[in-house]
Design a binder for this molecule. Structure first.
Ligand code: SF4
Length: 321
């Protein structure tokens, strides 16, 4: 048994930029540009960064919902990109994705029980007569009631719809769940309930999560380790407490400075980044963060910093660390 449930090595995903009458490729968007990370069984790894940083593309390529450009992904030691379509289909139930907006993936005319049960049927994971019981079990595990099984998607609140999204993934008995901004569209009080549900399910079912969010305060409550992405690259990974107590990368410092602290006496100095995130089709030279970094020196414009081990379980990409 490999130590990591999910192992990503030098993952790259580039999208072609097309232009002109002949639709020629004139460039590439480097959505994911040489990312490595590993997640242990039962662990929750948080992936954070601004919109456009490539987090969601990492999530999708990590379970081969989107094809990679380069690099390696292993799930339980199995080379995911070495599998043929049938082998991948058989493994698919073990790796599930939960979206920000589960409503968009639900057919408004299909009852919730059928929407949850259809994946079981598609994968041949349960005989028809067992499906209803399996769906009822998973509804209960997700805090929904038995009568919900015959309801339609529009009859549910945002929080309940996310519970349905979780139930659809859970019914397949997965080991790894990629949760892509699963609480971003919800009110803060509902967010807390859904995060508690994720935690409870992890304890009872030994799940492993890759939890993607633009919001550090969301991952703080759930994740044991956190990776921070900027423009397709990982700039820092660290155990949660180390990252929150002592962020090392200037971008992590800026993100954290915007997170409210519950202790009024403790105040963090707010670091406001200038400008918007540059286009990944035309990223800055050297350190991609140099156009917004308050600490940038001349070298940063020319030389990309290496993503280095800096002790313990910490890795950082910055010339000054
Ligand atoms: Fe800032 Fe330079 Fe470090 Fe990049 S390498 S984060 S520009 S100090």
């Amino acid at each position: 048994m490999p130590e990591a449930l999910l192992e990503i090595r030098h993952l790259k995903k580039y999208f072609p930029v097309k232009s002109g009458f002949l639709n020629r490729t004139v460039g590439q968007i480097k959505a994911v540009d040489d990312i490595s990370l590993s997640i242990r069984p039962g662990e929750t790894f948080g992936l954070v960064g601004e919109s456009g940083s490539g987090k969601s593309t990492v999530g999708r390529t990590a379970i081969r919902l989107t094809e990679k450009t380069d690099g390696e992904v292993r799930f339980k030691g199995i080379d995911l990109y070495g599998l043929n379509a049938e082998e991948l289909r058989r493994l698919r139930p073990k790796m599930q994705l939960i979206f920000q907006d589960p409503y968009s993936s639900l057919n408004p005319r299909v009852r919730i029980g059928d929407a949850i049960g259809e994946a079981l049927l598609d994968h041949g994971l349960a005989p028809k007569e067992e499906i209803r019981d399996r769906v009822l079990d998973v509804l209960a595990a997700c805090g929904l009631s038995a009568y919900h099984i015959d309801r339609f998607p529009h009859e549910f609140s945002g929080g309940q719809r996310q519970r349905i999204g979780i139930a659809r993934a859970l019914v397949l008995n997965p080991e790894l769940i990629i949760a892509d901004e699963p609480v971003s569209a919800l009110d803060v009080s509902i967010q807390a309930q859904i995060i508690n549900l994720f935690r409870k399910l992890q304890e009872s079912r030994g799940l492993t999560y890759l939890f993607i969010s633009h919001d550090l305060s969301v991952v703080e409550h759930l994740c044991s380790r956190i990776g921070v992405m900027y423009l397709g690259s990982m700039v820092e990974t660290a155990p949660r407490d180390d990252l929150f107590r002592n962020p090392l990368h200037p971008y992590t410092k800026a993100l954290l400075s915007a997170v409210p602290i519950p202790i009024p006496k403790l105040k963090r100095e707010r670091i406001v980044l200038s400008g918007d995130i540059p286009s990944p089709a035309n990223p800055p030279s050297g350190c991609k963060f140099h156009t917004r970094c308050p600490f940038a020196v001349e070298r940063c414009k020319e030389q990309a910093p290496e993503f280095r081990h800096v002790g313990g379980e910490r890795f950082v990409a910055c010339h000054l660390v």
